[in-house]
Design a protein. Sequence first.
Length: 370
Amino acid sequence: MNRLLAILTTLTLLAVGALGCAAADENAPAANMGTVEFRVTDAPRGDNVTAVYIEVNPVEGVQIHRAGTDNSDEAGDWISANITGPNPFELLALKGSEGLYSILGNANLTSGNYTQIRLDIKSVTVTINGENRTATVPSGKIKFVRPFEVVGGQTTVLLFDFDADKSINVKGNGEVMMKPVIKLTVEKPASGQAISISPTELPAGTVGMPYSAALQATGGNGNYAWTITGNLPSGLSINATSGLISGTPGSAGTSHFTVKVSDNATPANTGSRPYSITVAAVGTLAITPTTLPNATSGQGYGPITLAASGGTGPYTWSIVSGTLPSGMTFDLLNGVLDGTPVGSGQRNFTIQVQDSAGHSGTQSYTITFN
């Protein structure tokens, strides 16, 4: 987790001067476009630091430098990408030794050579002995000078691997410093066809109640084999042939893991996606999804239906704090967000669900305007 912090900080160190960044790749021919996916992972700590939360500037939080016509780092231009993954994200939940990672976002770029990546860090919060403290980051930006190639129709993965022990420094006076120590790994596009996995999030579960979530794959030749890296909640397993996660959860908590799928081609086509499943104790309600997509002012949003688990219907919904963006509504009977939002920046609010037995659960959300 701290390693992710470090990566974000280092990328941000050299992001100064990103004014005037180009975002023109959206107009390039589709056949000449490739994808870059930004991932983060972390090595575990052994002290009383139990969580590290990093928040990246959601708008143009990642900037990529395209090489000049001579493939140099001196010419060329900068291209901006928004953060689309969980933000803030908790670094210590990502342990590189278990193959876990979180996707920060991705960008569709023109095929060619690129030389630098910069990341804009908004805030870092460290939990020490149950207390949240704001970490001081020497600079709000992190920079990596690392050449990589984008290939049309394929995905290049940039993995920022943080070293938590070396990145977070807790001083005697209680001050927390973030000095990022990060390893950047570039995974070149695979020679085969990438396989995509859906959905993007999995529903929550409840201790002692049957759970079922079906994963789907697209791409490859259709003869899929499914595996898990990390740990599913106790009592759950994945069907290696169908991709169905099912069972009866035995304990409450949140489990982080990565699902991998491959076909029987030679060489095999593969795909992977990180997930988490939150299991609530009996009588506790959970709300999914846990995050909401970004919005664009003046454009239609949703409808997005929230789901409750762990209680007995019918459910009653309410907004208990904060406000929705102007132009949006929330259906208190069916839990549906909809409308045409107007605004800029971010809107924060908390939604509560209550079941017929009087049990309740809440989920906090942020909607960020592109």
